[in-house]
Design a binder for this molecule. Structure first.
Ligand code: BES
Ligand code: MN
Ligand code: ZN
Length: 495
């Protein structure tokens, strides 16, 4: 979809959409249109009880007296309550309607709203951003494109702040591209996206200036990564550790670090999962996909920060050579782990990835992302990701960034009583606690591999995949986390 920005104008072909506030009578272009259509706009508003509530849409097909194929009024609520999220949703909703109507081109006008806390340029850019996010499709494996919906080819955004909107959108577009990369990686089937292929795709970030290193099993063995390697040991696919670096900050400035769980497929291993829904475990690399999309976005928008992304990429399979319950492995940190359940594999991958990241980079902070536990959905559903941290300030920054970008996180408790639950009678620790506090004991396990770095863990099992459809996302893999962490960097760690 081609998105452009222009000064307020009328008479373009295709659909015409107007962003309207709640309760206000039509002004500007809307008032013009009402006059040209002999009062049809006001009449339609009245007869369908359309008042401009946020999320509401009024559609007039083939209006008399104007060249537009249809007119859409996009309600965004009261001007004083306007947020970026509301405007993005309006842009997304517009694209959904246009696709269903097989309408290839449209213009959307923003002259009737006060943009509230946002500048007029930002407001227009957010409508475009929502439209772009909704336009994502993953249909490369469908040989018959059944075409229940059309594709929107052009969207012209009319605003009196066209230059400012263009500038703001240039950044947002890079973030959307990063999110699309994350969505693609999560949506890909596991026979296509196995660890070596994932690493290959990460290497393409070189085109935006990211330095990418890939460590194979031999190198990881030398480093002593027995915890990560044990997980991949039952797979014929080689495990990979990918290190991505974007150096946009001051030379020598400590980096911020992001670490991702990349289990390309999680069968559970010898502790085999039941068949129902197992196909969803192709998305168990959602954390790694987010880190990859984030590094892309930071580099593409030339963020003034030094950032590293480290992802552990493996496949968890049952096999004659697979790891067993009862096995004891030695992690790179030297700590030993008794395997109780081979399905608690994500923490084993992250243990070595976190230790490696801390030791090599001594980052300002580490945030890890992982589709780690089913229990996080029992606690929080799919609305919030779980946040666990050893640092109140980092937690607060993440919570605020999450509210601003509508990728929300909720902090859960940690402490010595939970830590005790993963002591083992044979090794330094075991890889599962009991059923109680399953997401918390998983986080306690990770914390044992962080020495003295500010750290946060995001359990994204509920938000990265199989997400509920929203105006800006109809993809199975949501791309969750890219916006959140980009915002964290932009607000606190750049410059
Ligand atoms: N990848 C799963 C967690 C998961 C479940 C993600 C559903 C997305 C949707 C993880 O590796 C896992 O299997 N966790 C176990 C841990 C248990 C064995 C302690 C779980 O949640 O049941
Ligand atoms: Mn598992
Ligand atoms: Zn898993």
């Amino acid at each position: 979809m081609n998105i452009s920005f222009a000064d307020i104008s009328l008479g373009k072909p295709g659909a015409l959409a107007l962003v309207v506030a709640e309760g206000a009578s039509p002004t500007g272009v809307a008032a013009d249109l009402d006059r040209k259509t002999g009062g049809a706009i006001k009449r339609a508003m009245k007869s369908s009880n359309f008042t401009g509530k946020s999320g509401s849409v009024l559609e007039l097909v083939a209006p008399h007296g104007v060249p537009a194929s249809r007119i859409l009024l996009l309600g965004v609520g009261k001007s004083a309550d306007l947020t970026a999220t509301i405007l993005e949703n309006a842009g997304g909703e517009l694209i959904g309607r246009l696709e269903r109507a097989k309408e290839p081109s449209a213009s959307v006008v923003l002259d009737a709203i006060q943009s509230g806390k946002l500048t007029a340029g930002d407001a227009a850019a957010r409508v475009a951003f929502g439209a772009k996010l909704r336009s994502y499709r993953f249909d490369k494996y469908k040989t018959k494109k059944k075409d229940e919906t059309g594709t929107v080819k052009t969207l012209a955004v009319s605003t009196k702040a066209a230059a400012a909107a263009r500038k703001a959108y240039a950044t947002l577009e890079k973030i959307a591209d990063g999110m699309f990369l994350t969505r693609d990686l999560v949506n890909e089937p596991p026979n296509v996206l196995y660890p070596v292929e994932f690493a290959k795709r990460a290497k393409t970030l070189a085109k935006v200036g990211v330095k990418v290193e890939v460590l194979g099993e031999a190198q990881m063995k030398k480093l002593g990564m027995g915890s990560l390697l044990g997980v991949g040991q039952g797979s014929i696919r080689e495990s990979q550790l990918v290190v991505m670096r974007w150096n946009g900050g001051k030379p020598g400035d400590k980096p911020v670090a992001f670490v991702g769980k990349g289990v390309c497929f999680d069968t559970g291993g010898i502790s085999l999962k039941p068949p129902a829904g197992m196909e969803d475990m192709k998305g168990d690399m959602g954390g790694a996909a987010c880190v990859t999309g984030l590094l892309y976005a930071l580099a593409a928008r030339k963020a003034k920060v030094n950032a590293v992304g480290v992802i552990g990429v493996v496949e968890n399979m049952p096999d004659g050579n697979a790891q067993r319950p009862g096995d004891i492995v030695t992690s790179m940190s030297g700590q030993t782990i008794e395997i109780i359940n081979t399905d608690a594999e994500g923490r084993l991958v992250l243990a070595d990835a976190l230790h490696y990241t801390e030791k090599r980079f001594q980052p300002k902070f580490m945030v890890d992302l992982a589709t780690l536990t089913g229990a996080i959905m029992v606690a929080l559903g799919k609305e919030y990701a779980g946040l666990f941290s050893n640092d109140d300030k980092l937690s607060k920054q993440l919570s605020e960034a999450g509210e601003a970008e509508n990728e929300k996180v909720w902090r859960l408790p940690m402490g010595p009583a939970y830590d005790k639950m993963i002591n083992s009678q044979f090794a330094d620790m075991k890889n599962t606690g009991s059923r109680d506090g399953g997401s918390i004991t998983a986080a306690q396990f990770l914390l044992r591999f962080v020495k003295n770095t500010k750290w946060a863990h995001l359990d994204i099992a509920g938000t990265a995949m199989a997400s509920p459809q929203t105006p800006i996302n109809h993809s199975w893999g949501s791309g969750w986390g890219v916006r959140l962490l980009n915002r964290l960097v932009a607000d606190h760690y750049e410059g």
